[in-house]
Write a protein that binds this ligand. Sequence first.
Ligand code: 5AD
Ligand code: SF4
Length: 456
Amino acid sequence: MIETVKAKIVQNNLTYFIETYGCQMNTHDSEKICGILESIGYCHAQSKKDADLILFNTCCIREHAEERLYGNIGALKRHKDKKPNAIIGVCGCMTQQKDTAEGLQKRFKFVDIVFGTNKIHMLPDMLHDVMIDGKRAAYTDEDASINEGVATKRKSNGSAYVNIIYGCNNYCTYCIVPYVRGAERSRKSADILREVKTLCSEGVKEITLLGQNVNSYGTDLQNDLSFPQLLREIDKQTDVKRLRFMTSHPKDLTDELLACYGDLPSLCEHIHLPVQSGSNSVLTRMNRRYTREHYIGLTEQLRARVPNISITTDIIVGFPGETEEEFSQTMDLAEQIGFDSAYTFVYSSRPGTAAADMSDHLDQDTKSERLARLNVVIKSSMRDKNSLYDGQIVKVLVDGARKRTDGEVGGRTRTAKTVNFLGETSDIGKIVNVRINKVKVHTLYGEKIGEEMTDA
Ligand code: 5AD
Ligand code: SF4
């Protein structure tokens, strides 16, 4: 059956284009989609307007993402008019929101395929439905299976994502993720270790373990490893130079996990630890199940173990009922901790979540004004933290060319700082020494000194 589809794709030199919204999880899902499409003969299109298959991998974490997507899908009507055989598909988190999949196909008659995050491996079947049977395809029913061995096309820049756990059981009251990505399911540690080993043998130097809540890893498995044990085994059994993970929950950052810092040579001196708010009453309403004091204590312990650790976070302002006093607690926490960087968001109401039904939603102006005030504090700590690097020599894993300046390439330090410098495209995927000579809020600049490093 797949052979018929494959033959059609190859004979007609069909191309695909995928537009990805949202988080690293979606970026990695798109890598799997590309891998599957190329395994059945599709080539990557130079631009969207030439493509025979256009896919939108969507995000629904905030309202604004949805609005943008609807605009972009609507714009494809003309593409379909000009190229009637083109296939248009929508996948990702949005398609798993209640009623959205159906709504999408009703609203946009030219959308041929809609599929959820657990159905990526069935893409060839969907293409068969459309190309051979002339049907529209919707594969969005809930399905908690884990599909191993999916072809994946990663960028060859020395760095790779590896899923360790899918879904989330935390039900933070503002968050749609548990509803669209389902309950927590961990991959078997043997599968993860095998994948990491293969990637290392292919030249990958940095692995980022992915999960909505990596700390829960293994709690749904019998006789398998916990998250800290998994980190230790990866460090011990593989050649990975740099190990990272995203995202961890402060309530589950155990002593066992803290003990990995400063102990495992591959574990990078960086943690992304979303705090969301600095007010205990807001944290309670968010169902975060930790206090600001606990969070501050964690950052102190991390810094005691690894003095140069960089700490980044996510913060939401304008949660329902947030008073000026509660917001000032967030400002105070941000000043006290001095984050290396933070993603700051205004609260966005997601239908179906508990917070959407809370009273006292704030008006947009108040939310925007608070965001602007918080961003001043964040920017200032980012500048302070970055200025510590001025004149230092850092190791940079080069991930690509920078488009704005000719000859400039860039990458990351172990502490996840972006560093740009004049280099060669042959530096991509290598770890090089760079002396920092200019620091800005978001980026460090420097000059390359010496050749590739053997250490990380
Ligand atoms: N509104 C605003 N921000 C949100 N996030 C999650 N849900 C919402 C929402 N409804 C933010 C959180 C989370 C990050 C990925 O997105 O800060 O950590
Ligand atoms: Fe959403 Fe909370 Fe789960 Fe993160 S831990 S995905 S914020 S519910």
